[in-house]
Design a protein. Structure first.
Length: 566
């Protein structure tokens, strides 16, 4: 008996199979009942098999919602917290201490520890190289013990400010620990890493909450970014969780038709990392298709104002140090796992990796990457305007970021975290997303073994050549391409879209959700003369809704499922 029945109230009915978002009188952000949510052990073969470890899929007569403390949000936050702890443990070998030559404690880097254990991260060297322990502001000039100038932080203004605040927090902890003797003492860099990990962990929980609130009928899809091998490997490799969370919050605000808040959060995200600006691509495309341009203009202007508000103080006080982040993006050579580096290594060509003077940008490579990015954006825009039914915002955003990573000259391994929340919203299928994340983890370990060395000081050699990890990089790229193809297929065949099968038009769409088309382009078949122009109706490609609480007995399932156990 359900809790409502215990109170003498009638038990809630399962939602009608044809129920749509437009039929609901409630606000789009209103909480759904447990019966209106998709049950993953009914709809996903991978989850169904995994559920055998805890007794099998949810039964048809299971009493859902009797323990209000165990909401999907709280369960997902607990799962994410557990995997964040695993991520800290995976990096903890890099902050182990050992007595130095003078008896003082130093970091233990013996035996290729950072490479063999895979614990390498950019956080520990950033603290040591950029003088964060003596910084009076994020971009202040720092000096080493020999009087030389230490390099400026190569991060966006908001990320640099975040690092500075973490360093101040670590310094405060050391003072309390040294003064009271009640707290465990550690090296400054170890405290900095741990305080930063705690801060990033809290920020990631914010990203999880934002993504889950966007998902609406499919909240359990968010578990993909909680029980994530990629999160264990790269949560604390760098500071990418900060822009990821801000972008997720911006998308949540957009989904709730709050363009000003969406723009403010987007501006902050771009101030931390440049890639969130790509959100404007799907917004502009769908604004053209629906004719709802004003909210996108408001979001764009607000984002520009928020970005300027963060950056302007540093532009005025430390312009040279502030500009290092943007100059570094132009001057960088191809990163080890990028397609450009793989091409150069395997072909022996120096076309894209010529010998350059310090500070000299690879002009040809920059130009080729810029042209390819423009082409990719135009193709994604064409897809968004020519698809038979308006694509979802998350689908176009995933395609845009994935194309950017494949084309750009710098795909640092931790950048793959950018795709994680977007994949949850665009393609909530456990098996392909787990395969992709495991490939990313394998790539990281092969890269670490490539940096490890053996032999004495006179004859050191790499433990592993570059070819294995670059071959794995190609495998990873192929999997990401496969995910992109799957997303494109669901755009062209919206009846296969699991999100729309659940009854929502576009949970991330905001003002675009349920909007009629105002402008479309001819598809490729129509251009070639054997196709039809996309209908000017967002419901032109009919998508039968699957009842979230479970399929009726007579229903023919659109996705693989089995009858739940009694």
């Amino acid at each position: 008996m359900s809790r409502s029945a215990d109170r003498g109230e009638p038990a809630p009915d399962l939602p009608d199979a044809g129920r749509r978002r437009s039929d609901r009188a409630a606000d789009p952000s209103a909480t759904l009942t447990p019966y209106e949510r998709v049950v993953p052990s009914w709809t996903d073969a991978t989850v169904r098999r995994a559920s055998q470890l805890i007794g099998g899929p949810l039964g048809r007569h299971a009493q859902v919602g009797r323990l209000p403390i165990l909401t999907p949000l709280r369960v997902c936050l607990l799962m994410a917290l557990l995997f964040l702890i695993f991520g800290w443990l995976a990096k903890s070998p890099c902050i182990q201490q050992t007595p130095g030559a003078d008896g003082a404690m130093v970091l233990d880097s013996s035996g290729n520890r950072q490479w063999i254990s895979g614990c390498y991260n950019d956080v520990v060297p950033a603290y040591q190289i950029h003088g964060l322990n003596q910084s009076i502001s994020p971009f202040a000039t720092h000096y080493a013990s020999d009087g030389s100038v230490m390099p400026a932080l190569p991060y966006g203004a908001l990320t640099a400010a975040f690092l500075w605040l973490v360093a101040r927090g670590a310094g405060a902890y050391r003072k309390v620990a040294d003064g009271s003797g009640l707290l465990p003492a550690s090296l400054d860099v170890g405290v900095f890493f741990t305080v930063g990990a705690i801060a990033l962990g809290l920020v990631y929980l914010w990203a999880v909450a934002s993504t889950l609130k966007i998902s609406r009928r499919r909240p359990w899809d968010t578990a993909i970014m909680c029980l994530s091998p990629l999160l264990v490997v790269h949560a604390f490799t760098n500071w990418d969780i900060l822009p990821i969370a801000l972008l997720a919050a911006a998308m949540l605000s957009w989904s709730r038709s709050r363009p000003v808040w969406a723009g403010a959060l987007l501006g902050l995200a771009v101030a931390a990392k440049l890639y969130p600006v790509l959100l404007l691509v799907p917004l502009v495309v769908l604004a053209l298709r629906t004719g709802r341009v004003r909210p996108v203009l408001v979001t764009t202007v607000t984002a520009a104002v928020a970005w300027a508000a963060v950056n302007l103080p540093f532009v005025l006080t430390d312009p040279a140090a502030w500009s290092q982040f943007y100059a570094a993006n132009l001057d960088r050579r191809p990163e080890f796992t990028s397609l450009w580096s793989v091409f150069s290594t395997w072909s022996g060509s120096t076309l894209f990796t010529p010998d350059l003077a310090p500070g000299q940008a690879p002009a040809l490579l920059n130009a080729v990457v810029a042209v390819l990015l423009v082409v990719a954006v135009l193709l994604i825009g064409w897809l968004g305007l020519a698809a038979p039914r308006r694509p979802r915002v998350a689908q176009l955003m995933f395609l845009t970021v994935a194309a950017f990573l494949l084309i750009t000259k710098t795909w640092n391994p931790q950048f793959s975290l950018w795709l994680l929340p977007l994949a949850v919203l665009a393609l909530p299928r456990w098996r392909p997303l787990l395969v992709w994340q495991l490939a990313e983890a394998a790539l990281w370990w092969l890269l670490m073994l490539t940096f490890a060395t053996r032999g004495d000081s006179s004859a050191r050699y790499a433990l592993l050549s570059a070819y294995p990890f670059q071959a794995m990089a190609l495998v990873r790229d192929a999997i990401v391409l496969m995910l992109m193809v799957m997303v494109i297929r669901e755009i062209l065949r919206p009846a296969d879209d699991l999100v729309r099968q659940a009854g929502d038009d576009d949970p991330t769409g905001g003002v675009f959700a349920d909007a009629p088309d105002r402008f479309t382009l001819l598809s490729l078949p129509a251009v070639l003369g054997f196709g039809r122009r996309p209908a000017m109706d967002p419901r032109a490609a009919d998508v039968p809704a699957v009842p979230a609480g479970g399929p009726p007995a007579e229903a023919v399932p659109l996705v693989e499922r089995v009858a739940p156990r009694e």
